[in-house]
Design a protein around this ligand. Sequence first.
Ligand code: AP5
Length: 210
Amino acid sequence: MMRMILVGPPGAGKGTQAARLVERYGFVHLSTGDMLRAATKAGTELGKRAHEFMKDGKLVPDELVIAMTIERIGQDDCKAGFMLDGFPRTLPQAEALDAALDAAGTKLDAVVLIEVPDYKIVGRITGRRSDPVTGKIYHLEFDPPPPGVADRVVLRADDNEEACKQRLKKYHSETAPVIPYYGAKGILRRVDGDTTPDGVARGIAAILGA
Ligand code: AP5
């Protein structure tokens, strides 16, 4: 088991690859986007506040996301390791994570950056559909949902072109600085995300080893 992070722009394929990594390595997958959407669906105070930012493609304030994530990685199922997807997204989040791991006497093993050029992002996001029953992610063009599933797939509230552009802007201004932060620690690994999902999975497997 290990403690790792998947980082990359919106639509890079973090969720797609996370599902494969869970299957292959049995990682505990923690997606802050999924956690926040679940809170919104459940109608909690955190969910209501988060939704106001998420629907427009803005980042949810650090204090909300940090508290939620640090609490989650402190739970028993994360003791042996975890795979974070969508966190950290700002330098203060990266520093808060390090401080929490430090206090627990542990540290990160790897940060995998999935690189996809900006011009590919909007098409990936606006074509994405997910199955509300299984949670599986599809793409209308690249990975179409099969018959029987196609009529129930849904579009995420922030998967319109305008919110997507805002998310990409935030990625470059707020999240990109965490890349050199982890580079300086010697744990950053880059993988080409501009290829097939199988190709990306092979790239990540090569990084993580057997
Ligand atoms: P979050 O849910 O984390 O969204 P995101 O980072 O924008 O990433 P996505 O889920 O959109 O994309 P992905 O990389 O998982 O791609 P996917 O595999 O689905 O966050 C949403 C919002 O929550 C944020 O905007 C923010 O408001 C808030 N939030 C979350 N965490 C936060 C934090 N830490 N701090 C503050 N706010 C936070 O793939 C996309 C599509 O492409 C799919 O249709 C898929 O089938 C297709 N696809 C995948 N791989 C390939 C491939 N190789 N080739 C072709 N198509 C592919």
